[in-house]
Design a protein around this ligand. Sequence first.
Ligand SMILES: NC(=O)C1=CN([C@@H]2O[C@H](COP(=O)(O)OP(=O)(O)OC[C@H]3O[C@@H](n4cnc5c(N)ncnc54)[C@H](OP(=O)(O)O)[C@@H]3O)[C@@H](O)[C@H]2O)C=CC1
Ligand SMILES: O=C(O)CCC(=O)C(=O)O
Ligand SMILES: [Mg+2]
Length: 729
Amino acid sequence: MANKTPDIIYTIVDEAPQLASGSLLPIVSAFAGAAGLGVETRDISLAGRILATFPDYLTDDQKITDDLAELGELVKTPEANVIKLPNISASVPQLTAAIKELQAQGYKLPDYPYEPSTDEEKDVRARYDTIKGSAVNPVLREGNSDRRSAKAVKNYAMQHPHSMGEWSKDSKTTVASMSGNDFFANEKSATLSDATGAKIVFTAEDGTETVLKSGLKYQAGEIVDATFLSAKALNAFVKAEIESMEPGVLFSVHLKATMMKVSDPIIFGHFVSVYLEDFLAKHGETVKALGFNPNGGIGDLEARIKGNAELEADLKAALAAKPPMYMVNSDKGITNLHVPSDVIIDASMPAVIRAGGIGWGPDGKAADTKCCIPDNSYAGVYDETINYFKETGKLDVTTCGAVSNVGLMAQKAEEYGSHPTTFEIAANGKVEIVLDNGTVLHSHTVEAGDIWRSATVKKAPIEDWIRLAIRRTKATGLAAFWLDANRAHDAELIKYVEPALKEAGIEIPIMAPREATRFTFVEMRKGNDVVTITGNVLRDYLTDLFPILELGTSAKMLSIVSLMQGGGLFETGAGGSAPKHVQQLVEENHLRWDSLGEFCALGESFKFLAEKGNAKAGVLAAAVEDATQKVLEDNRSPERKVGQPDNRSSHYWFARYWAVAMAAQDEDAELKAHFAPIAKALVDGEDAILGELKAAEGKAVDLGGYYHADPAKVAAVMRPSATLNAIIG
Ligand SMILES: NC(=O)C1=CN([C@@H]2O[C@H](COP(=O)(O)OP(=O)(O)OC[C@H]3O[C@@H](n4cnc5c(N)ncnc54)[C@H](OP(=O)(O)O)[C@@H]3O)[C@@H](O)[C@H]2O)C=CC1
Ligand SMILES: O=C(O)CCC(=O)C(=O)O
Ligand SMILES: [Mg+2]
């Protein structure tokens, strides 16, 4: 093991961003190396996490280190300087697909046990469950979130407005949420004055107690919530919403089955069960015997009944009898209810809103859409956004202000840290959080099937978040805390916010999410920049919503995580790993992934080293910033279609502008001399390089795997220019 923390750690991830790294990382390593800076990689990909978790099933040469565990420790040190690309937060269908691929590559991994019965199966299942869902981000995010667009990015978007759908006043697009008995309505919250241990206990109606979780440790000042969503109320809601569909409107549900890996797949499963109720009434037992679980979606059902003509025909008829669904891919018949991780609310709702309240139906045609977001905690944000656009028409991106976010995220804050304390309740009874001294902190009467959860947030992250919010508000002007005084959890947070603002002598309004949504749109439309100061879930939602409307994508966001112990974690963009882009690369060797997020993160990472006293890193940082700006100004970003510029050519331009800026600066003579011939070669080689990159496009390629691609094959595909490769060396 290396004894010095690497200057920069670049993460190995999945899907499109990992392909992009095949081309970009050699450039980054070479340029940083010229300044004596070491760039090392650490593997946090889904396949990497699986392999690192099952060493006992692997041969010695198949074993790999547990990089996520190492990084989880590193981010708690002041030396951490990590560039984090988006990784898959795996749903069960993604996890099982990755396991299958690895098994086919010769890794003797156990299958994912859906219904574990033996001790070994239970152990395997528990280990896989640690890999599932948001297993990476909460571990690395040891700081709060600061996401905004760089000035150059915002200016570019204003000068080159992306397409936006028209909003009509009589659009039938709506958000539908439960009328009560959801997480929002049932929430209880308390701030603990002293540190204590605790357990979560379920007591059935006959008095039998089951400890759902023991060994909880709360800190002094920690806010502890508990709440539940009624399964009965959820099912009644889904049924009523399906039955009340207007003709011509598409049905959809928007959840976060990845981050909320325990609760949201179950909620998704209820939607699947109700939508397919006629089919399941007839064939429920048969498909259960085939291993079907509604939480896996209609895609899983189709795979299990493949070849059974009766079941296939009945499923087709059952789907046709229901209102048409919003489609993930109408060409391939992939519906909203096919895979729990295909429709992820933070990206899916902004896509509908940007398009003018439009989704795509089974006939491949655009239509208004009913968007079910069962829980009311945050649904109002989208409802209000839709109301606002119906009233005022689409946004003018050439004049609107920039909306940035300061998000409470550190140390598994709020709902996104709640999966170890979320339970699907087995029987009627009550769930209680019992402190070590016997005090019952929260108690709820529940019924079988209800989803109960506890979320917490610690004092130090809250205080850090408020400080960051004040700093960003001072730098920006307008801001609001998105907190609802009538929600139990938010009311506890407000007890921290109000005195801190008073002490700092600054006034920042506190508004409930719906009101804050309206405030932000009204102000941004006037051209004002606004900071949204939010909890963890709204951090996630808003950093896709506003950038997708303002910039056309959240991929170009600057996403800084100031680690609480002084290190830096620089995330690339605010979006995910764009699975659709991989499909396009494989089919026609065109990668439309935009690495602007990587460029922004890279600049910040060098800046971080410069602030620690490394002057050469400061020179690299300034040149990266210059290059990023030129990529935008000269329109060197990837385009969508084969034959057009793609990710690889954008990297060539980035490298060239970066080298030219390094050769032009006079702060460091050694670097100037080093980069002068590189810059010249990149400029002189333009025709040859772009020609070689373009010549490679148009044919299908083999990456040697989807989740666990062959790095040599990826390198061959992503670095097809011999001229460029020779210069980068
Ligand atoms: N930080 C993280 O680690 C995150 C990880 N994820 C993970 O990512 C996966 C996919 O999530 P999903 O919700 O579909 O969201 P994505 O952000 O991956 O995809 C939504 C769409 O956004 C566009 N897009 C996103 N990034 C880029 C980019 N750099 N360049 C160009 N276009 C881009 C693409 O549009 P188009 O197809 O029109 O080109 C894409 O299809 C999931 O496995 C999820 O768990 C999600 C969010 C954050
Ligand atoms: O970890 C994830 O699955 C998603 C994270 C995310 O969407 C975000 O941070 O914006
Ligand atoms: Mg997000």
